[in-house]
Ligand binder design. Structure first.
Ligand code: CO8
Length: 207
């Protein structure tokens, strides 16, 4: 795995965040309204054409593959393509994950129409996606641990709307970090609980 270092200072980092963050926010709104719009046919056809035009312009210059995980010269990590928290990723809810008082990780976020599975409810795969990220971050505060096994118990449906995710380390055994986590609905009920084994990969040992 490559982790490129970009030769940019804090001002340039802030400039890029202020440029690309609102673009992703706008596209996220677009995704939501693409699902929910009840505009007339002409409006929909015009919108599709305009989106094609602007997509073509944005495509003129782009990086190869995904964004990757990049660092600034001062060690700031840019996970801007991340599917759950990426600043430039419009399909990310996005999650802002913070350290909780118990030393684990916590995030409050909203899952709208783009994350639906059963009517009005969050898709089970989206619950897994979010918990993988938050459990992975709890496991990776010191070293990069990859998901080896993630076991989920779907205890009750997760309604679309405000959701909380929490995760913390249960124990560490050699290269394996065992993590537990939960999703909560707006009333504070646990909807999904997770147990994960996160592994410090062979290529990262001794680094
Ligand atoms: C900060 C950002 C956080 C982001 C979080 C997002 C989380 C993610 O999405 S990560 C991406 C999804 N995960 C992956 O793609 C991982 C794919 N798998 C792999 O790369 C490898 O199989 C990997 C790294 C898990 C293990 O490979 P390797 O490093 O060679 O392990 P290896 O040396 O064989 O085994 C080490 C130990 O782990 C155990 N182990 C290996 N694989 C697994 C597994 N899948 N589940 C449980 N335990 C495992 C072994 O039994 C061994 O245990 P012990 O030390 O007791 O003998």
């Amino acid at each position: 795995m490559q982790f490129p270092v970009e030769d940019i200072d804090a001002d340039e980092l802030a400039r890029r965040e202020a440029l690309f963050g609102p673009l992703a926010d706008t596209v996220r709104e677009l995704i939501d309204v693409t699902i929910r719009s009840e505009a007339d046919e002409d409006t929909i056809l015009e919108a599709a054409q305009r989106i094609r035009d602007v997509t073509k312009r944005l495509n003129d210059r782009r990086c190869e593959g995904g964004f990757g995980v990049r660092f600034t010269e001062h060690g700031h990590m840019m996970t801007w393509g991340n599917a759950v928290s990426g600043l430039r990723n419009a399909i990310a809810p996005p999650l802002v994950v913070e350290q909780a008082a118990d030393g684990g990780m916590c995030s409050d976020f909203t899952l709208g129409a783009a994350y639906e599975g059963p009517p009005g409810l969050v898709h089970g795969g989206v619950c897994a996606l979010v918990l993988d990220q938050v459990c992975g971050m709890a496991a990776s505060t010191a070293k990069p641990n990859l998901t080896g096994t993630l076991s989920l118990r779907y205890r009750r449906p997760t309604p679309l709307g405000p959701v909380r995710a929490r995760a913390r380390i249960d124990r560490i055994e050699g290269v394996k970090t065992f993590v537990v986590g939960e999703l909560y609905d707006a009333d504070g009920n646990v909807t999904v609980s997770a147990e994960g084994v996160f592994i410090l990969p062979a290529w990262a040992r001794g680094r």
